[in-house]
Design a protein around this ligand. Structure first.
Ligand code: NAD
Length: 442
């Protein structure tokens, strides 16, 4: 342990990051900027090539920052798993999605553990950052690693430390979000804390990986439950002809005990949409039904349907049907100012509008192409339809029967959108003014 501690302290420890996505790439760049030698391992050759050319594909990392560390030879990427044998620290940042039956799919994580087990050497620190259900580090990853013959605590260290990054958030980045750390052994936590402190302001050591795993889920469940609660209230307020946005604005003047959440077309993204269901799945093992999570999921999954109904209602006011109407979808990413479309509500909404005969085009400055499957999800094969973002000028708005705002990217003049469009269905309260009679809100 002392050797590894010194290597970390002196920034001589070699670090491998498995999975160079939204989580892994900022982390790899962060360590490389601090002088560590970082090797990124990714199964996607395209990403590996881009990293080595200093071309960033993640909005939060600029290509110039990436290029700097690549040119200094502090960061390089590869698909060669053998590099795992040459490093002192391995950080796993691979995806943990749900399968088509909404059950956890931890195959990428298990495969990473199996690969590490093949190449593991004494005195390595292994950190899992991918979000997963409580117990994964101890029950799934540890036994795979110990198949190598090496022993935890004695030969290697294993830690769970959840990533809490909020893509697109300029105020809170990987550097100033405290890092929760739960090691199987206290030495592992200590080493991980020392490592992360090299570029993250604060670390919070907890007593076990299970606490760290559950902490991450609590944070995401808190959001999914509250967003779904406000979605439900938005549906009720609509019936009661009460402006939910004005209600939230007033409620948040309370200086304590209230935190604003906003309704929307349906939760998207990896964390809030997916992670809570890792826990409700695990809960069933204990004969326990996590009802808040399931209910939140049910309410939220109705939101895309409600948005389509609202669009029907809005068009109906001008005696138009969806069938044959030209509809411009404004923003297909799951939230504003990012290009991530994973689990975006735009998938089921566009799918449904197309099915009803709508002539759909979309505009998104961050998403050049949008592929939807025959079932309304993201298309990773099989039947799919590819849409390409239109080039936006305010003049084109008059060509559409309706503009449907799903992601209200910043730096656009939404008053102009209201003024130049026939009808706007605004699911994000992008148009703050209440003077426009052609704007329909959630
Ligand atoms: N995106 C977020 O905002 C966010 C925030 C907090 C936590 N997380 C969690 O972090 C984890 C990673 O998420 P992400 O958003 O970075 O995913 P991502 O899809 O952006 O990146 C994952 C990367 O891993 C690579 N990969 C997949 N399997 C691999 C394997 N077996 N070996 C090597 N590389 C492999 C993929 O090619 C991809 O580049 C997930 O568990 C997620 O829940 C994500």
């Amino acid at each position: 342990m002392t050797d590894l501690k010194n290597l970390i302290k002196n920034k001589k420890a070699k670090i491998a990051v498995i999975g160079l996505g939204y989580v892994g790439l900022p982390l790899a760049v962060g360590f490389a900027e601090k002088g560590f030698s970082v090797l990124g391992l990714d199964s996607d050759k395209g990403k590996v090539g881009k990293v080595n050319k200093g071309q960033s594909y993640i909005k939060d990392i600029s290509s110039s920052d990436l290029e700097k560390v690549v040119k200094k030879r502090k960061l390089s990427a590869t698909t060669d798993k053998k590099i795992l044998n040459k490093v002192n620290v391995i950080i796993i940042c691979v995806p943990t999605p749900l399968d088509k039956h909404q059950q956890p799919n931890i195959s990428a994580l298990e495969n990473s553990a199996k690969t590490i087990s093949k190449f593991i050497k004494k005195n390595q620190l292994i950190i899992l950052e991918s979000t997963t259900y409580p117990g994964t580090t101890r029950e799934v990853v540890l036994p795979i690693l110990e198949k190598s013959g090496l022993k935890i605590g004695q030969d290697f260290f294993l830690v769970f430390s959840p990533e809490r990054i909020d893509p697109g958030n300029k105020k809170y980045t990987v550097k100033n979000i405290p890092k929760v750390i739960g090691g199987i052994t206290p030495q592992g936590s200590e080493l991980a804390s020392l490592l992360y402190k090299s570029f993250i302001n604060k670390t919070v050591i907890v007593s076990s990986p299970e606490i760290a795993e559950m902490t991450k889920l609590l944070e995401n469940i808190f959001r999914v439950v509250n967003i779904s609660m406000i979605d439900e209230l938005a549906l009720l307020c609509d019936k009661m002809k009460i402006d939910i946005w004005e209600v939230i604005k007033a409620a948040k003047t309370k200086p304590y005990g209230f935190m604003p959440f906003y309704p929307g077309p349906g939760i998207g993204g990896h964390c809030i949409k997916v992670d809570p269901f890792y826990l409700s799945w695990k809960a069933k093992e204990y004969g326990f039904y996590a009802r808040f999570i399931e209910l939140a999921g049910q309410i939220n999954s109705q939101m895309p349907h409600y948005v389509v109904t609202k669009t029907i209602f809005a068009l109906n006011k001008s005696k138009k049907a969806i069938n044959g109407s030209k509809i411009l979808i404004w923003g297909v990413s799951y939230k504003k100012d990012i290009g991530d479309t994973r689990e975006s509500a735009a998938y089921p909404i566009i799918h449904d509008l197309l099915r009803k005969g709508g002539k759909i085009e979309y505009f998104d400055p961050f998403v050049k192409e949008f592929k939807i499957s025959a079932k309304g999800g993201s298309a990773s094969g099989g039947n799919k339809q590819t849409l390409k973002s239109i080039k936006y000028t305010p003049e084109i708005l008059k060509n559409y029967d309706c503009v449907l705002i799903l992601a209200a990217h910043s730096e656009f003049d939404y008053n102009e959108v209201a003024q130049k469009s026939a009808i706007v269905v605004d699911t994000r309260n992008a148009i703050k003014s209440r003077i426009y009679k052609n704007v329909f809100r959630l």
